[in-house]
Design a protein around this ligand. Structure first.
Ligand SMILES: [Zn+2]
Length: 529
């Protein structure tokens, strides 16, 4: 088995001082990198080399020393620190390699088109027109401790060490850090430390599901208040734990408020010139709200999976956004709610990888339309006090023709998990089996004649629990299956999940209060992203 590597960036903020020296250092770094880029493009023998080889060859070509008094292309700058020059060379080699890769791909495409006798109109890639690389500080260029960092900066004439106080996260334990990049954002200075962790590479999904005890965390992402519903499932159909991550309504309200303000501002100013960004602050706020939520939710998904020992997280492939008619702010809000799901997936992927948890995706077809206990399709979706008569998209509860009831999103989440097992040849057990496991006092264990709770005209209870293939009555034109919700034995479905659902529905939501956002069996500590 190989090793896996996780990388991330830790940002440390520097106190704002000596901005002119910082600017001249960044400017010089980019000039040097551009110079070496031109050298590489003019010497085909240097192209396609790794950083190490290219650096030694480029230094022989350009750097004067005692052993090498004359070189082919002398550097136009005096007294460049060695590590500064080498970092710039590495950046130039990176840019050149990316440029030549693109050029090769382009010429391959051209040849392929021309071989077919077709016209090729695509323009070739061009070398970078402007240079805006963040300088890397190699070992001889900086010194750091917990509260400060010393950087060697170019003053415009000479080199000088400057001390900056730093604020930011420490490098977490078990991670190694690499050379930092200096980033200037307006009047703000930051040092970005790439950090790395090496661990044993997890096995592929195909291998992992061979283990009988493997646990997966299946996640259903929504645009309603229940942003994510997670379920820990085992291969035999056991549902180990569930977690509802809420806060969608609060998020939508905040986002819509910003979008409404954008729309009102635009009405006042008219159409802006093309290329001009309007309402910068508001758009930034919208982006920050979404990023924050995506980080919050992905962190909770990963923590939940870890707590329960799940080694795979399953999502469904995200469907395309289908806009509905409505006001600008409403459409924009809905669109962003869809995009948020993509962000959550992306963030969960890299956060999970740090713990050796892998991500898989399944086909979203019918995940919310099938009953996860007995595969009846479609189920009825309805509100708490509604009769289950139709599939109403977005409704919180579901009832199937066999009387299974519960939270509709939890049902979807279970379906997603079972789809992953089914893909590798492990079909979920028949409904009766999973029900028995879920509730030990269930009437499913009783003889069939004791289970006839619901009278004729509706689905007979005895049809469940026999283990025989189910034959479902036609759903068209039949009466509402459950006329009295109280008649249903609570133990026929997972009591806990329905309780938590009804609890959720009955709790009046307080706007602006973030404490009530999650309904979960266990409380999750708030941790850093
Ligand atoms: Zn069912």
């Amino acid at each position: 088995m190989g090793t896996g590597k996780a990388t991330r960036t830790i940002v440390q903020r520097l106190e704002t001082r000596k901005l002119d020296w910082v600017a001249s250092t960044i400017g010089l770094y980019n000039e040097v990198a551009h110079f070496y880029f031109l050298v590489i493009t003019n010497y085909p023998s240097l192209q396609g080399l790794g950083v190490k080889n290219a650096t030694s060859k480029l230094e022989k070509l350009t750097v004067v020393s005692k052993a090498r008094p004359a070189v082919e292309i002398p550097l136009p700058w005096d007294k460049l620190p060695r590590d500064f020059r080498r970092a710039a060379i590495a950046s130039a080699v990176g840019s050149a390699s990316s440029f030549f890769t693109n050029l090769n791909k382009w010429s391959n495409r051209k040849q392929a088109r021309q071989a077919k006798g077709k016209k090729f109109t695509e323009r070739p890639p061009v070398p970078p027109r402007t240079w805006n690389i963040k300088p890397t500080f190699y070992a001889q260029m900086y010194l750091r401790d917990s509260f400060a960092v010393m950087l060697k900066l170019f003053t415009g004439e000479s080199w000088s060490w400057v001390k900056f106080k730093t604020v930011g996260r420490e490098i977490p334990q078990g991670w190694e850090f690499r050379c930092p990049h200096l980033v200037q954002k307006g009047g703000r200075l930051e040092l970005h430390f790439p950090i790395e962790k090496v661990f044993e590479k997890p096995q592929k999904v195909k291998e992992q599901v061979k283990d009988e005890d493997v646990k997966i965390c299946s996640v259903d992402l929504n645009i309603s208040d229940r942003l994510a519903v997670c379920t820990i499932l085992k291969r035999d159909g056991t549902q180990v734990a569930t977690k509802f991550i809420r806060g969608g309504d609060y998020l939508n309200a905040r986002r819509k408020c910003c979008l409404g303000r954008v729309a009102r501002n635009r009405r006042l100013t008219g159409i802006c010139k093309s290329g001009e960004t309007d309402n910068k602050g508001l758009w930034e706020k919208v982006r920050h709200i979404d990023d924050y939520e995506a980080h919050r939710i992905s962190r909770r998904i990963v923590d939940f999976a870890r707590e329960n020992g799940a080694s795979i997280i399953v999502f469904e492939h995200l469907a395309n956004f289908k806009p509905k008619k409505g006001k600008y702010s409403r459409r924009g809000n809905e669109k962003r709610a869809y995009w948020l799901r993509g962000k959550i997936y992306k963030f969960t992927k890299y956060k999970a990888w740090e713990y050796g948890i892998i991500i898989s995706r399944v086909n979203p077809r019918n995940t919310s339309r099938d009953c996860s206990y007995c595969d009846v399709s479609p189920i009825f979706r309805h509100g708490e006090h509604e009769q289950p008569t139709e599939y109403r998209p977005g409704a919180p509860l579901f009832t199937c023709a066999n009387g299974h009831r519960g939270n509709a999103d939890l049902n979807a989440s279970r379906n997603i998990g079972f789809k992953l097992f089914a893909r590798h040849g492990y079909q979920k057990p028949v409904a009766s089996e999973s029900l028995r496991r879920g509730c030990s006092n269930s009437p499913c264990n009783l003889p069939n004649n004791e289970m006839d709770v619901v009278t004729s005209g509706v689905v007979r209870e005895s049809e469940r629990g026999t283990g025989a293939p189910h034959v479902y009555p036609s759903l068209v034109g039949c009466e509402p299956i459950i006329t009295e919700p109280e008649v249903i034995q609570p133990s026929l479905f997972d009591l806990q999940e329905v309780e938590s659902t009804t609890q959720m529905l009955r709790t009046p939501r307080r706007q602006g209060c973030r404490k009530k956002q999650e309904t979960t069996s266990d409380s999750i500590q708030l941790s850093l992203f």
